[in-house]
Ligand binder design. Structure first.
Ligand code: SF4
Ligand code: SF4
Length: 229
């Protein structure tokens, strides 16, 4: 039998713990600490209030705030091209979608359904970080209410928000991503493939996407370095 099984077991409550600080008399009766706490509470009563009477008064978060993720609606349609990157990056697997193709639209791909299970979402913002189209962003919505599990699954009709309503966040992202990647990537809405394809007049000249990107690259290489930084 191992030696240690024959040793008496000491507990936290028993025994003499050498090095333990002994409480003084006033500390043992707790009263001074109670009065200190009451004094602190009394002082706070006369400080300016920073609480809000929610829901009558609502908190308007700054652009850096990460509320529920939403899909960006641009000119009446979703920007999303159903590439699936957000679903792949989502840690709790909250996103699901099905892609489809449309031949007569420059966007070519779109999600036939796109759902986010808000019971799973942890508001990490990874979906927003990886999206190459600025098609999913974190909104300012923070008060989500559902009474059933089915209600917590948001479909496209509840996820889509016009880009005008998300301007603050999109501007913030552009500034934030530019600061991180701008030197290498020049992150900008005009570099968003979907935006290029929808807005660039050259699309009307029926250039293929690959040709358009090559043209853009050539133009970028011709620009002096100062302009790009
Ligand atoms: S915020 Fe995070 S958890 Fe929520 S859908 Fe996006 S990636 Fe998933
Ligand atoms: S990463 Fe963006 S474009 Fe790709 S599926 Fe998600 S929301 Fe759509």
């Amino acid at each position: 039998m191992p030696d240690n099984l024959e040793q008496p077991v000491t507990t936290a409550l028993g025994g003499d713990h050498s090095g333990e600080r002994k409480l003084k008399f006033l500390e043992r009766i707790y009263l001074p600490e109670i009065f200190k706490a009451l004094w602190y509470t009394l002082k706070q009563m006369f400080q300016p209030k920073f609480t809000m009477l929610y829901p009558e008064e609502r908190f308007d978060p700054p652009a850096i705030f990460r509320g529920r993720p939403v899909l960006v609606e641009d000119d009446g349609q979703e920007r999303c091209v159903a590439c699936g990157l957000c679903a792949r990056a989502c840690p709790p697997l909250a996103i699901s979608m099905q892609a489809s193709e449309i031949s007569d639209d420059p966007k070519e791909r779109y999600p036939t359904f796109f759902e986010i299970n808000m019971l799973r979402c942890i508001y990490c913002g990874y979906c927003e970080d990886v999206c190459p189209e600025e098609a999913i962003v974190m909104s300012k919505d923070y008060d989500l209410v559902f009474t059933t599990r089915e209600e917590a699954v948001y479909d496209k009709s509840r996820l889509l928000q016009p880009k005008e309503e998300l301007k603050e966040r999109l501007d913030y992202l552009r500034e934030y991503k530019n600061r991180q990647f701008g030197k290498f990537w020049n992150f900008d809405e005009s570099n968003n493939i979907h935006s290029v394809r929808n807005r660039d007049k050259r699309w009307e000249t029926s250039l293929s996407l690959v040709e358009m990107i090559e043209e853009q690259r050539k133009e970028g290489n011709q620009q002096p370095d100062q302009e790009r930084t």
